[in-house]
Design a binder for this molecule. Structure first.
Ligand SMILES: Nc1nc2c(ncn2[C@@H]2O[C@H](COP(=O)(O)OP(=O)(O)O)[C@@H](O)[C@H]2O)c(=O)[nH]1
Ligand SMILES: Nc1ncnc2c1ncn2[C@@H]1O[C@H](COP(=O)(O)OP(=O)(O)O)[C@@H](O)[C@H]1O
Length: 223
């Protein structure tokens, strides 16, 4: 695989992955590209379909919005929201490098979502659950594996509740998945680094320090 090494960000739902990711992508504009996953879950308020960088030319061509507005609307947490049928069809056709069932919904990384980012020579970031980590390990992607962990289950539950995105049912499913994630992530060798997201500043600095070499490579290549 050519270009900069991809980065896999994993850890329990609510641990702070997207908060850290958005900050990173904002500070290093033009260095990272998000691999926009497919999911069968419903969009949350404010989330829109497939607003990944791969859709940017289309967005630019079809809108009267200023470019800055479009760029700021490119969220790192958006998905391609699809039905189970169409997702299964894509999986059967071999279009995904990994897929998993999480909290009653399907999630998956299409090959093209990674290729689109790598074609731009950006560091491709994947936000996947622990099953995704295990399945990506069977491929030749060779990413840096980073786990973001909450300080405790109690704090995780509070953050998830305060986020106000979940029903009681989906919250309980996330907490159950978090217990499994926290156990499996302790296994030596699964992750290159485990970052405890207690204080946000400290966690962000640690994240940057792991990525500093790859960031430098992309910045040097631009010169
Ligand atoms: N295996 C896999 N997991 C994914 C993918 N996209 C997202 N996830 C994971 O699915 C879980 C739920 O994501 P989401 O519904 O966005 O909820 P949130 O993490 O609580 O904001 C998280 O652990 C994500 O890391 C994917 O393409 N593959
Ligand atoms: N270090 C932190 N301290 C307090 N709250 C945090 C911290 N990091 C993230 N949060 C909050 O916790 C919630 C979950 O974070 P989020 O980034 O959505 O997690 P994830 O993407 O891993 O599901 C959000 O409401 C976010 O604002």
């Amino acid at each position: 695989m050519s270009g900069p090494r991809p980065v896999v960000l994993s850890g329990p739902s609510g641990a702070g992955k997207s908060t850290l990711l958005k900050r990173l992508m904002k500070e290093y504009e033009g260095v990272f590209g998000f691999s926009v996953s497919h999911t069968t879950r419903n969009p949350r308020p404010g989330e829109e379909d497939g607003k990944g960088l791969n859709c940017l030319p289309m967005l630019l061509g079809a809108t009267l919005l200023p470019v800055a507005d479009i760029l700021s609307s490119v969220s790192s947490e958006d998905y391609h929201f699809v039905t189970r049928e169409s997702m299964q069809e894509g999986i059967d056709k071999g279009e995904f490098i990994e897929n998993a069932e999480f909290s009653g919904n399907m999630y998956g990384t299409s090959k093209s979502s990674i290729e689109d980012v790598q074609a731009q020579n950006l560091i491709c970031i994947l936000d996947v659950d622990i099953q995704g980590v295990q399945n990506i390990k069977k491929t030749d992607l060779n990413p840096i594996y980073i786990s973001i962990q909450p300080p405790s289950m109690e704090i995780l539950e509070k953050r998830l509740r305060d986020r106000q995105t979940e029903t009681e049912d989906s919250l309980q499913k996330r907490l159950e998945a978090a217990r499994i994630d926290m156990e499996l992530s302790k296994e030596p060798g699964v992750f290159d680094i485990v970052i405890i997201n207690d204080d946000l500043e400290g966690a962000y600095e640690k994240l940057k320090s792991v990525l500093v070499e790859e960031i430098q490579k992309v910045q040097d290549a631009k010169k």
